[in-house]
Design a protein around this ligand. Sequence first.
Ligand code: 5GP
Length: 188
Amino acid sequence: MQKSLLIVVSAPSGCGKGTILGQILKDEKYYYSVSATTRAPRQGEIDGVHYRFMPKEQFEQLISENAFLEYAPYCDHYYGTLKQPIEDALAQGRHVILEIEVQGAMQIRKLVPDAKFIFIAPPDLETLRQRLTARGTESEDVITKRIEQAARELQYKEQYDYCIVNNILEDAIADFRSVIRAEELKIN
Ligand code: 5GP
């Protein structure tokens, strides 16, 4: 049987991570872990598909029940990965993709040493600002906050196994597939 991989993907917001993963996830061999969050849904986001949206009290209840593999605060909200669905998907032989920020990724590094860590980086911070502005889902204040956050996150890049720079989207998607294929073929 194909070995299942736990793949942790981090990227500052606006790096095109969602678009890259959207293509990758068309293949049924991948399972996308739907995180829990206390932030409000953005336009078009569906509960249970993009996130499990919940109030802070419910999130804290799940923390106390030890339901999370990892969780972290990010830009004034909680985000967390629920354990059970991941364990089930890995048991079915699927590759599980966690799309999480760097603090959570570092927690997984300690908990699951076999996991594979991919960082998706923007060509530069100015390009990132332009992309976030063009997306139009956040206010100017939030964009500034997220750019500052991105600069901090970029410092963690060295802790990852692979870095994919999303300059040309098709190349970034091909790079992602190459990384996974190499990991599938790896002997040890
Ligand atoms: P956004 O609000 O833009 O959807 O996500 C903000 C950040 O939270 C992104 O870097 C995203 O990868 C991260 N994130 C999403 N889900 C989780 C999670 O379950 N755990 C952690 N640690 N970060 C998450």
